[in-house]
Design a protein around this ligand. Sequence first.
Ligand code: E4P
Length: 223
Amino acid sequence: MILQIMKFFLDTANLKEINEARSLGILDGVTTNPSLIAKETINKKEIKNHYISICNIMRNEEDVSAEVISTNYEDMIKEGEKLSLLHPRIVVKIPMIHDGIKAIKYLSNKNIKTNCTLIFSPGQALLASKVGAYYVSPFVGRIDDVSYNGLNLIKEIKKIYDNYNFKTKILAASIRHPLHITECSKIGIYAITSPISVIKSLLNHPLTKIGLDKFLMDYQKIR
Ligand code: E4P
């Protein structure tokens, strides 16, 4: 049974966009990745403070995924622990690789929340959940890009997690258009993470504009 409305995370490291989503009243969390951080006008030394600034915009239960750069176990756990100490809202994003799985297990045992990223198959999602990932991030749009159906992956992961009552939350990533969002909500996953432009495109329907224009025109006829 679904107990709450699907959450909307913003996939960005841009403070202006995060504030805009907050002012719209739709912000449930933020996910970042190294490519998104690279779009911001900050240098490497400023990245940690940038994560803290993002966390400071958040309220209530909202969290912020910050990704490790290391790819070996020892460095990943060190980096993950450091990131988690930056702010209580930080969730450590770890790539779905051999040492990443070990790092997720280690961090989860220390009660540090993790987001297992770069998920492209149900088997990867199964592994991530077995080692205690708090979130998995299946990349819907990037699967569509190579002529497969990204939403099928979301359905398969949901089925597997439901079968075993896994606690790992599905956070659909690489969201490219409004149908990705509405279809994910039909599947009934925990959250999507999306650029603000895609979330705002949920607003649009030509009949809404035509209808409003007519209402306003008719109002002018009233004496
Ligand atoms: C996921 O956490 C990633 O940040 C992101 O959703 C990737 O999206 P893209 O495929 O549009 O880069």
